[in-house]
Design a protein around this ligand. Structure first.
Ligand code: HEC
Length: 145
């Protein structure tokens, strides 16, 4: 092999390798979403957490989410803890913008509601509190009478 051909051969090998490295690894998990929650490690039946969650719901979420009535701004929370994995809900509440960009279900919702849910910068404890509130609403008669 003359030197030029040899050079191109090596060059092609290197560029193939670099291209392979550049292929984005799509690791989005449609069940668990994307964020720092990997599992649920708290008791969603904690009544103190639930109270805190209810306050957050009233303060920040009622303009677009409701139980029993249909809102035009956002999806109803009726049965929400049965429709999604708890980790997905927790990740969405704390990593809203990124999940809106990746999640195929959320992309459909954006089209349906013609609205992107705003980020609330909820911390881990706020998210756990809100989840506890949702869990109690779905699993008891709390607020249903
Ligand atoms: C300005 C309206 C608005 C507010 C306020 C809002 N959301 Fe949303 N939310 C949406 C919309 C719209 C969607 C559907 C996805 C999309 O289009 O972005 C959504 C979807 C969700 C979902 C997924 C459930 C499903 O059935 O699709 C969760 C969980 C959620 N919101 C939590 C919250 C929490 C927690 C708060 C309060 C801290 C909140 N949202 C406040 C508009 C809102």
């Amino acid at each position: 092999m003359n030197n030029t051909v040899y050079f191109y051969f090596i060059f092609t090998l290197i560029s193939c390798k670099q291209n392979n490295n550049k292929i984005p690894i799509l690791t989005y998990d449609v069940n668990l979403g994307k964020g720092h929650f990997k599992q649920i490690n708290f008791n969603p039946n904690d009544s103190l957490l639930t109270k805190k969650g209810e306050k957050l719901f009233i303060k920040s979420c009622v303009p677009c989410h409701a139980y029993n009535t249909k809102h035009s701004n956002g999806p109803s929370w009726e049965g929400i803890t049965e429709r999604f994995h708890p980790v997905w809900i927790l990740n969405f509440m704390t990593n809203t913008e990124e999940m809106l960009n990746f999640d195929p279900y959320l992309q459909k919702q954006i089209k349906q509601y013609k609205l992107k849910m705003p980020s609330f910068n909820l911390d881990t404890n706020d998210a756990k509190a809100l989840y506890s509130f949702m869990y109690l609403k779905d699993n008891t008669l709390y607020g249903k009478n």
